[in-house]
Design a protein around this ligand. Structure first.
Ligand SMILES: C[S@@+](CC[C@H](N)C(=O)[O-])C[C@H]1O[C@@H](n2cnc3c(N)ncnc32)[C@H](O)[C@@H]1O
Length: 270
């Protein structure tokens, strides 16, 4: 008989809790957190408490969510109503989450400037994508683009795939914990927007191995250049995070600043 897995009941308990049941989080995320926290605490109860705290920060419900059923309906209608209507409907979705809400003010210039550095990508990995794929109408890319989007939030991923289909894009959004299982796919560009500093909080030093594992030409890492309140300038701290993660790899970096977001365009391979 195979040995019992002592972690599985805890994984099930967290996944089926009232707070997370509807999100269908990947078991790999919860298992990874438990495997890190259990050895650090004297009791299972304390470890579970620490995991709950980390999970809350990773899922970050306080950053906002749209009504996903309504999003599907609105975007199906908007996608046949012309480009202005489509942008208006997408902007409403983007406004529902703090990360994309902040980017709305600079969206017209954001992707043209990024792609001026990287060239027009034929394939994208949007890592820990949140609602960013709804910025597709501002990217100026053809529908032949392979847009792989990854998030641990299943309702978000389902809404993104439904949206991709209205746009003639392949439904390549996937529920996946990119830290536990970095995508192996070869791509021109990876977006890692507004999440690397939070991943470092989840697991100090994780960026180094994660960034190395990605098979991409360009890795675009964005980080907040100032605190949410606007009181603290964070650019130097974020530069240090990026340098630490790159280590001795010697990848060249081009920095772009958009409002309170700083993007490090890292050329992983020439
Ligand atoms: C702060 S939001 C950033 C969203 C987006 N990148 C942007 O800047 O618009 C973080 C998102 O990453 C997702 N996430 C966090 N950790 C993840 C992981 N390890 N793998 C995949 N998705 C993750 C969360 O569910 C959430 O949707």
């Amino acid at each position: 008989m195979p040995a019992a897995d002592p972690i599985q009941p805890l994984v099930d308990e967290l996944l089926n809790s009232r707070k997370y049941r509807a999100l269908n989080l990947p078991a790999e995320t919860v298992r990874d957190l438990l495997e890190q926290e259990l050895p650090r605490h004297r009791s299972g109860k304390d470890a579970l408490k620490a995991v709950r705290h980390k999970l809350h920060t990773i899922v970050a419900p306080y950053l906002g969510d749209p009504d996903y059923d309504q999003v599907a309906v609105d975007l199906r209608v908007a996608s046949t109503a012309g480009s202005d209507a489509l942008r208006a409907a997408c902007a409403e979705v983007l406004a529902a989450h703090a990360s994309t809400h902040e980017r709305l003010a600079v969206l017209d210039e954001f992707y043209p400037h990024l792609f001026a550095v990287t060239g027009q990508p034929r394939s994208i990995l949007d890592l820990a994508c949140g609602l960013n794929p709804f910025a597709w109408p501002w990217m100026g890319l053809p529908t032949s683009t392979n847009y792989h989007a990854y998030d641990i939030h299943a309702p978000r991923v389902a809404a993104i795939n439904a949206f991709f289909e209205t746009q003639g894009l392949a439904p390549l959004a996937e529920v996946r914990d990119v830290l536990v299982r970095p995508p192996e796919i070869d791509a021109d560009v990876a977006f890692l927007f507004k999440e690397a500093h939070r991943m470092e909080e989840r697991q100090r030093g994780c960026s180094r191995g994660f960034w190395r594992a990605l098979n991409v030409h360009w890795l675009l890492v964005s980080l907040p250049a100032e605190s949410l309140s606007g009181k603290f300038q964070l650019a130097d701290r974020q530069r240090a995070l990026v340098q630490q993660a790159i280590g001795g790899a010697g990848w060249p970096i081009t920095e772009l600043v958009f409002g309170s977001e700083i993007v490090f365009c890292i050329e992983k391979r020439p």
